[in-house]
Write a protein that binds this ligand. Structure first.
Ligand code: GDP
Length: 566
């Protein structure tokens, strides 16, 4: 404010706040103080530098159809890589424009009908979830590969949970149908158990029998992807500054940091200045999945970008900004935030974070990931959990399976903010390390009812406690004295009930509440006392508040938090 320190301290004193120049004052007091000096105030927080980083919403008229982005998931060895390879080769424009040869983390193919499809080139759900845990939702649909000779396996189930948690539709590719002993219908029946109901079974999940190796029925799979994309009605505005997500990034000798960006709206151009996570840069060159240099990359087009100052993380956002100063400012702010998080001795567990999210009203769901030793236990636990009363806080099971707790479980739990519950199973070393790193809470049990009771406790903890106020007494202010060191002291007469030290107090003038706070002193004559009864006189003063007058009434009350019951 460019005001003298002594005057600021003086003004604070007048407001009843005793603070010196080194002390921090709360925001409300600061606001009053600034206004007191005749300045205009606007509250900001450090994170405000990010406000308006991504542009506003697009109008309907500005939207055009964009091609879908697909991730292939499934159990190991069921043919994800083979399928991605075959789909890459099925591209129809490869002849003249050169084949899709570069591995940049994603590629875009053109179908016979002229539609384009973008495939994320890292199969499996690790990359998918790692991105999602950074808040990136890149994938529009998941192709779930299930080998027809092997059927639904643990990672198939994990993939289903990951897709469902991300709210992304699934298309099932029943693979290896060329093999003897393959039984596509068995796959369909097995999938029913996980609520993946194919059209043939009366549901709405599209499925195709394919062979990635023999390249049979790939067109049908592509058709289904196009169909699913039509259902999703994917649209975006290509005529604006680009925004997207980092798919992959690395340091390359001779080229420096390179990152593959998947543009999600707008169009990325050479020379654009951008922020990517806590890094920034200017697009010096762009390379596509065919190894060719490109000048622009529109929505759903993956492009390798050269011109970063350092390598960002997969899943980081990528946003083009108008000027370099803005890019620097945001990157710096995010870097500082990262540093603060790294250095903070965090003792917070997922559960505590969850508590605070729920208390601030951000969330009203207790997400759980349940692993147990046998299927019977899984079902019993989920059954019990679902029966818990959930009026205020809902229980949601993000994944349930038999077996030890693995890394993928932790990733999923972390991406969904879930608590991991292990019944007669333990986390393996990698999972433990990851859980420690990500501060994901794992709870172990060996008695089902203990588990249920504990979860009940968690639910109660998550429910807002009821605040009950009880009236204690009223005191009338007869006279006001100024006492050095304490400030103003009210000479009072307790007209009703009792007044107690430590109780909440309100200052009431002409039936209007002027202030609510705490008592700083309660005296009978010269002595500090704990309480004063009706019809006695006493001296009272407020913490940080001095605007009191003879004739005011001080109302005294207690507040009790009553734990809810279920
Ligand atoms: P991923 O672990 O899911 O990526 O599986 P891969 O793509 O590496 O495939 C695992 C094995 O299955 C490889 O030996 C492939 O050759 C084989 N495979 C994949 N798709 C098919 C298929 O459609 N038919 C047959 N017979 N084998 C396949």
């Amino acid at each position: 404010m460019a005001e003298r320190g002594a005057e600021v301290v003086g003004a604070l004193m007048k407001m009843g706040v005793m603070a010196n120049l080194q002390q921090t004052i709360d925001a409300d007091t600061a606001e009053l103080l600034v206004e007191e000096f005749g300045h205009k105030i606007k509250r900001v927080s450090a994170s405000d530098v990010e406000v308006g980083l991504t542009g506003g919403d697009d109008k309907d008229g500005e939207l055009t159809i964009r091609s879908p982005v697909v991730t292939v998931m499934g159990h190991v060895d069921h043919g994800k890589t083979s399928l991605l390879d075959s789909l890459r080769e099925a591209d129809v424009v490869s002849g003249e424009a050169g084949g899709i040869t570069q591995h940049i983390g994603a590629y875009q193919t053109t179908t016979v009908g002229g539609n384009k499809i973008t495939f994320i080139d890292t199969p499996g759900h690790e990359a998918f979830t790692a991105m999602r845990s950074r808040g990136a939702s890149v994938t529009d649909m998941v192709v779930l590969v299930v080998a027809a000779n092997d059927g639904v396996m643990p990672q198939t189930v994990e993939a289903i949970s990951h897709a469902k948690a991300a709210n992304v539709p699934i298309i099932v590719a029943i693979n290896k149908v060329d093999l003897p002993g393959s039984d596509p219908n068995r796959v369909r029946t097995q999938l029913l158990e996980y609520e993946v109901v194919s059209e043939e079974m009366g549901g709405d999940v599209l499925d195709v029998e394919v062979s990635a190796i023999k390249k049979t029925n790939l067109e049908k799979l592509i058709e289904n992807i196009v169909l699913q994309a039509e259902i999703l009605d994917l649209k975006t505005n290509p005529d604006r500054l680009a925004e997207g997500t980092i798919i992959e990034s690395k340091m390359e000798p001779g080229r420096g940091p390179v990152a593959t960006v998947l543009v999600q709206r707008g169009t990325l151009k050479i020379g654009d200045i951008f922020v990517a996570g806590s890094e920034w840069g200017r697009v010096r060159a762009m390379v596509n999945d065919r190894g060719g240099n490109i000048k622009v990359a529109g929505p759903s087009v993956p492009a390798e970008v050269i011109g970063l100052n350092a390598a960002p993380n997969a899943g980081d956002d990528f946003v083009v900004v108008e000027v370099e100063a803005r890019a620097r400012e945001i990157a710096e702010f995010r870097e500082n935030k990262k540093r603060a998080i790294r250095t903070a001795v965090s003792s917070q567990s997922t559960l505590e974070e969850l508590f605070s999210a729920i208390q601030t009203g951000e969330s009203k769901v207790l997400q759980l990931l349940v692993k147990a030793d046998v299927q019977g236990s899984v079902e019993a636990i989920v059954g019990l959990l679902e029966k818990l009363p959930q009026d205020e806080v809902k229980v949601k099971i993000v994944h349930q399976a038999v077996g030890g707790i693995n890394e993928s479980d932790i990733q999923l739990a972390n991406a969904s903010g879930a608590l991991v519950v292990g019944f007669n199973v333990r986390a393996n070393k990698q999972a433990r390390n990851l859980a420690e790193l990500e501060k994901t809470e794992i709870r172990y049990y060996s008695v089902i009812y203990e588990l249920a009771d504990d979860m009940k406790g968690v639910l109660i903890g998550l429910m807002a406690p009821e605040i009950r106020e009880s009236f204690l007494g009223n005191a009338e202010i007869r006279e006001v004295f100024s006492v050095s060191k304490i400030g103003k002291v009210a000479g009072c007469y307790v007209s009703e009930g009792t007044v107690k030290r430590g109780a909440g107090v309100r200052l009431i003038r002409d039936d209007v509440v002027l202030h609510e706070g705490n008592l700083s002193t309660l005296k009978r004559f010269k002595d500090d006392v704990r309480e004063v009864q009706q019809n006695y006189e006493c001296g009272m003063s407020f913490e940080n508040y001095n605007d009191i007058k003879a004739g005011d009434v001080i109302e005294c009350f207690t507040v009790e938090e009553v734990a809810p019951e279920i």
